[in-house]
Design a protein. Sequence first.
Length: 316
Amino acid sequence: MNISVVIPLLNEQDSLTELHDWIAKVMQSNHFSYEIIFIDDGSTDDSWKTIAQLSEKNKSVKGIRFLKNFGKSQALHAGFEKAQGDVVITMDADLQDNPDEIPELYSMIVNDGFDLVSGWKKKRYDSVISKNLPSKLFNWAARKTSGVKLHDFNCGLKAYHIDVVKNIDVNGEMHRYIPVLSKNAGFTKISEKIVQHQARKYGETKFGMNRFIHGFLDLITIWFLSRFGKRPMHLFGALGVIMFAIGFGFALYLGVDKLFLNPSGRLITQRPQFYIALSTMIIGTQFFVAGFLGEIVLRNRPDKKRYLIKDELNLN
């Protein structure tokens, strides 16, 4: 199979049929063998009913229905697990991503040898204040922090070699940082392509300003995980040693001063340096213990499902 199109969605019943017909037309005109995997992330409208109708008409349409809304990252993870194509395309279900971009994205993976190609919505139809400016600030911070030189981390339209999606773990709210996860996993051939952004035709956006706050918090998380996720002792142990050394230095100074330099002076417990020494040594010990606990948790964490699937269509 050439292409798997993975589409997470939430309450997008009005756009699904039009999106399916558009994708099918592109695939047929380019003679691609394909599958379309819709992941219904707990929709409360008739999205699943529409997916079921499409799957009856077109056996290339497959569906996954979550028991409730678990989030876009979990939806992508479920789609990636089921994908069988040589190239995996992700796109949003709101018709703001253009399926006509698929052939060139496919070519960049297959012919140009990229592991991942991310769409760049250079010209957007979103509100400048509520989306464009925060998005630019977010993408700048993501580039500086991760070292991945992309202009648009948030673009849902991306293409992946199948090996990428089978070897990365998309969890929490990390769908924004799949290029970073891919780089950390060793898939470093990452590029981008300017894609056409279209105005929303049906419904309303599911994302507000809070997604940028969450995005920056997730950016800090992935920065930490990228550098210390597999070796937490390197961070917490280092901080613990530094803090303990500071405290021990103060304690040593107080001891020398009391015994040799000023034996008739104030009691050690009456000097502020004593409490600085005591506090920093305790904090240093706690950091060190946190590092050990992090290493233990890392080596003994169970693999746990992060979502529950209610129904599936055309999936083995």
